[in-house]
Design a protein around this ligand. Structure first.
Ligand SMILES: Nc1nc2c(c(=O)[nH]1)N(C=O)[C@@H](CNc1ccc(C(=O)N[C@@H](CCC(=O)O)C(=O)O)cc1)CN2
Ligand SMILES: Nc1nc2c(ncn2[C@@H]2O[C@H](COP(=O)(O)OP(=O)(O)OP(=O)(O)O)[C@@H](O)[C@H]2O)c(=O)[nH]1
Ligand SMILES: [Mg+2]
Length: 575
């Protein structure tokens, strides 16, 4: 069997420009660049530079940056608790942010810079667990009225029956009722008072019985009690606006939820711990230092010594090197997030479906000795060294009078052209046949291979043709489950990710972040040019501000509402 990437269009990247490395045609060697070919067009996002610029001045401002740890008591016993009647007001509780260093996320200052992001004070609610399965379903109520709202629905049992003073990080047993005091479910209420909650607002979780009915009924009661249904990503948006997460961390939350492999989850978790945010914060700091020095020269030119240009150049290069380091994670990140589509093609009866079954260790595909068994494209998921792979078994390609089979063959071709990598299966007993040659010419074009191979492929021994055309040739036996590890290795090699298998997965930048990092890098390049061509100082600061702004879009320190909308609308409801 032979394997190659589905596309072979050569790089047209200019030599100077730093390329967005998640796209095909990046400056990387052809083989590996193919692996991260995006299946769909990269989501271009309108990034509001104007809006962000107006925020830049306010960046860093914080109302409650000096929060102190006045309550180190984890389960809240020492607190006085809180009466159910009154609204608490976010942050009024005086709880500290102690213990954050060993948690996944630390607290940062409230994002007062976000004058443009409307901060609504509604108390919101949603079911935050999967809707159909599971024996427990959780409703999260978040906002300054979370406690009074939940109190209209929750009836504590036992010793709290008559006097419920909900304390933070305490769980209470009871029932959920509607407006007529009709019992809807037996529940647990988990109280997390501001700022010690996921959103940093007051949160009450109602843990209901699972299944389609209980949580839906309790949620309706919560809405009737005054909460509004949460929009997709709205809890995490609030966590971000309240300074609990930076934008990169917030994106990691969504990536963690959609991770399909352990490696992908590990990478998202590393992002949630703030790896990228810290890196970008450091780079922004360096940019700011330079900016301050340049602006001082603009303001008090006569009083200051001249700028040390070689030193300035070195500092710009160091920042650029940091950006490049972050960008180098994009390829891995993209692989982990998107995974690879791998189409298995070949003529009928050569063992495509058997290979899919062996590779996924399943009986997913029907296997018979009848040629033309597989009629439609069949998908199966597996993890190859941490990369989520979607395997596509396809109908054997041949000319046919059968309408159904003809449609199947068309779908095989379509699957092959849409896939990131195509595995062509060849019958090891028969070797390369004329029919294989036809399929090969049909999929890869008659003349894209080595000279001579297109006209007389059957006269070429397989290894020679394969060497010229395919990135790897692997001998497998589906029946004996042999050669599968070699197949994994060849796939990872072709995907440009052999190192993933060996563990040590760290954070990685996503497309949005990579795009902003590239813009920042480009601005620094313009800055270097402005310095070299001895342009006036204000040109330098314009470039530097642009670089700073783009970095701020990664961390979320400088973004407009559109970027936030774009990021958080991709979240699922309840996150
Ligand atoms: N029931 C439940 N499980 C969950 C979540 C949740 O919201 N509810 N999570 C949601 O995604 C994740 C955990 N994320 C969380 C992050 C922070 C806090 C929180 O309350 N942090 C406080 C607590 C520290 C303390 O004071 O003890 C803080 O950092 O101030 C809670 C959950 C996974 N499991
Ligand atoms: N000895 C041996 N036989 C195999 C192997 N793989 C598949 N076969 C046999 O080859 C026949 C065809 O296998 P399939 O997996 O259905 O072949 P296919 O390429 O999916 O065929 P179509 O769906 O018709 O295109 C079956 O009888 C399999 O048992 C193998 O590795 N070794
Ligand atoms: Mg088949």
């Amino acid at each position: 069997m032979a394997m190659r990437a589905a596309s072979s269009s050569p790089s047209t990247a200019g030599p100077q420009q730093l390329q967005w490395p998640t796209e095909a045609g990046a400056a990387a060697p052809l083989r590996s660049s193919l692996a991260v070919r995006t299946r769909c067009a990269p989501r271009g996002r309108a990034l509001t530079q104007g809006a962000a610029a107006s925020l830049a001045a306010a960046a860093g401002a914080s109302l409650d940056g000096g929060r102190s740890d006045v309550d180190a008591d984890v389960d809240g016993d020492s607190e006085g608790g809180r009466g159910v009647g009154g609204s608490s007001g976010s942050g009024s509780d005086g709880d500290g942010d102690g213990g954050v260093s060993d948690g996944l996320v630390g607290r940062r200052s409230r994002r007062e810079a976000f004058v443009l992001a409307t901060r609504d004070e509604d108390t919101i609610a949603s079911i935050v667990t999967g809707m159909s399965h599971g024996s427990v379903a959780i409703i999260r109520v978040s906002g300054s009225d979370a406690v009074p709202t939940a109190s209209k629905v929750f009836r504590p049992g036992g010793r709290f029956r008559f006097d419920w003073q909900p304390k933070s990080h305490r769980v209470y047993y009871g029932t959920a009722v509607d407006g007529d005091e009709t019992v809807l479910d037996e529940v647990l209420a988990l109280v997390m008072l501001s700022p010690r909650s996921y959103t940093a607002e007051d949160v009450v979780e109602l843990h209901c019985h699972g299944g389609p009915v209980c949580a839906a009924r309790v949620l309706r009661a919560v809405i009737e009690a005054g909460a509004r249904p949460a929009k997709a990503g709205e809890f995490t948006l609030r966590a971000f606006l309240n300074g609990r997460l930076d934008l990169a961390q917030a994106e990691s939350v969504s990536e963690l939820l959609s991770a399909r492999t352990v490696a992908a989850a590990d990478s998202a978790l590393a992002g949630l711990r703030g790896g990228l945010g810290a890196e970008v914060a450091a780079l922004r700091g360096h940019c700011l230092d330079v900016l301050v020095e340049l602006e001082a020269r603009l303001d008090f030119d006569e009083d200051l010594p001249p700028i040390d240009v070689p030193n300035l150049r070195a500092r710009i290069e160091a920042i650029q090197a940091g950006i490049e380091r972050a960008l180098r994670t994009a390829r891995t990140g993209n692989l982990l997030r998107r995974g690879l589509q791998v189409a298995i093609v070949g003529r009928p009866n050569v063992g495509k479906s058997s290979l899919l079954n062996a590779w996924t260790n399943s009986d997913r595909a029907i296997v018979t000795e009848v040629a033309g068994t597989t009629r439609d494209v069949l998908e199966a998921q597996l993890s190859v060294g941490g990369v989520p792979v979607t395997l596509l078994d396809t109908a054997g390609i041949r000319a046919s009078d059968d309408v159904v089979e003809r449609i199947g063959v068309e779908r095989s071709r379509a699957a092959a052209s849409a896939a990131d990598i195509v595995v062509m299966v060849i019958d090891g007993a028969e070797g390369w046949t004329e029919a294989d040659g036809e399929i090969y010419r049909g999929l890869w074009g008659g003349d894209s291979a080595a000279a001579g191979s297109s006209s007389q492929p059957q006269s070429l021994p397989l290894p020679l043709l394969a060497r010229d055309t395919f990135s790897a040739v692997v001998r497998t036996s589906a029946a004996q489950r042999q050669g599968l590890e070699e197949l994994d290795a060849a796939l990872l090699q072709l995907a440009g990710a052999p190192q993933l298998a060996s563990g040590g997965v760290s954070w990685s930048v996503n497309e949005r972040q990579a795009e902003a990092l590239v813009r920042s890098h480009e601005a620094l390049m313009r800055l270097a040019e402005s310095v070299s061509s001895d342009l006036p100082l204000d040109f330098w600061t314009i470039d530097l501000r642009a670089a700073l702004l783009a970095l701020g879009e990664v961390s979320g320190d400088e973004v407009g509402e559109e970027v936030l909308d774009a990021v958080f609308s991709r979240f699922c409801i309840g996150k």
